[in-house]
Design a protein around this ligand. Structure first.
Ligand SMILES: [Zn+2]
Ligand SMILES: [Zn+2]
Length: 377
């Protein structure tokens, strides 16, 4: 493909604006970048944070969202380190990392010291430029999570790119790069429950489902799914939850309910995917002596109420986990392997929509009809 080239992307022009299909021009490809023709992209809540303008001031508009891309390599920068990468390769896209800090050197991309600026600003870290412009020449932020996958063609940071050996499964695997590895990695990389232990998952979105399915691969003794949408809880039971709690029905007594389900003890591990402060409080309360809670969903900058005496006396732990603490080049192939063994049935929680139906995809996601919408270009 010759650059510059004209293509189209779902551009958000200002905070709170719509995702509007807009002509853009891809200006250049640098030595550490890969040009990808997008075939699919998952839709994740963080895309809505971009749209709302609530990413802590790192991102300016106009901007292109999308960070669960899957597509075909169309050009490769001269210094891209993966020398096995070829034009025409099917690839999945994950987040960007610097590749040079202490964490990156130890193959811990999710702990990269530059994670926020690399992933949430939509620009190149080296000089603050963007690879794409609008037709009138104004720059458009087009490296959100190193990829801005809501674009028919995008210039992608090299560390985002993971070769996919299964081109026919690009659609169902596209959310591996964020939502699925976040939930599954929290269980398999961080909490590592044993078969005789118990796990509660608050929020049955794609991250919560990935956590449930991952815990079921071990399998652990009990998996308790908590949500407010009945249909999602029914599906959670099909995919590994041993117990469900409809918190819209029981209100404040979730902790009692979880203790009842676990012989009065509480759970060994609890995961919050909602980021709702009152849910985080419940997550901490429902732990057994020595239990660990993981915050996975991004909460607002608010304070919560914690009984520190009970926390200390209960020998509890509380960790925050980004992207499942995963190193995508190693972890995503592992998840794909689990899927191929029938142990991580992601096709059961996703639905593919033509890109023209993005609005419908988003409303289906928000009302709980679909867990993970995937748009097709
Ligand atoms: Zn995401
Ligand atoms: Zn780094």
């Amino acid at each position: 493909m010759q650059l510059p080239l004209e293509t189209e992307a779902l551009v958000v022009n200002s905070p709170g604006g719509e995702f509007e299909m807009t002509p853009i021009i891809i200006q250049d490809l640098r030595k550490d970048e890969v040009l990808v023709e997008m075939k699919y992209s998952g839709v994740c809540h963080t895309d809505f944070y971009l749209q709302e303008g609530s990413l802590g001031g790192l991102l300016e508009f106009p901007a292109i969202a999308g960070h669960e891309g899957a597509g075909i390599v169309r050009a490769i920068g001269a210094n891209v380190k993966d020398k096995s990468l070829r034009i025409g390769d099917p690839v999945l896209l994950s987040f960007a990392a610097c590749g040079a800090c202490g964490s990156c050197r130890e193959s811990q991309f999710s702990r990269c010291i530059d994670f926020p600026s690399l992933n949430l600003s939509g620009i190149r870290r080296a000089d603050g430029t963007s690879p794409a412009t609008l037709s009138d020449g104004r720059p458009v932020r087009s490296q959100f999570f190193g990829q801005s996958s809501f674009s028919r063609i995008s210039v992608v940071h090299e560390y985002c790119v993971i070769k996919c050996l299964y081109p026919d499964d690009l659609a169902i695997y596209s959310p591996m790069g964020c939502g699925y590895q976040t939930g599954a990695g929290t269980v398999l990389n961080v909490l590592k429950p044993k078969p005789d232990q118990t796990v509660a998952v608050f929020g049955a979105g794609s991250v919560g489902f990935a956590a449930i399915m991952a815990a079921a691969t071990i399998p652990v003794k009990q998996i308790i799914a908590v949500d407010i949408v009945y249909q999602k809880l029914a599906l959670a039971k099909e995919l590994g939850a041993t117990h469900t709690i409809d918190s819209s029905k029981i209100g404040g007594s979730i902790v009692d309910e979880i203790k009842n389900m676990t012989g009065g003890q509480g759970v060994d591990f609890a995961i919050d995917t909602t980021g709702v402060p009152s849910v985080v409080e419940k997550m901490l309360e429902c732990l057994i002596y020595g239990g660990t809670a993981a915050s996975v969903g991004a909460p607002p900058p608010e304070k919560i109420s914690v009984d520190v005496g009970a926390f200390f006396g209960g020998k509890k732990s509380w960790v925050s986990v980004a992207e499942g603490d995963s190193h995508p080049p190693e972890f995503i192939p592992k998840l794909i392997e689990l899927h191929k063994q029938g142990k991580f049935p992601v096709e059961k929680i996703s639905k593919v929509y033509p890109v023209a139906e993005l609005k419908k995809a988003i409303s289906d996601m928000k009302n709980g009809t679909v867990i993970k919408p995937i748009i097709e270009f």
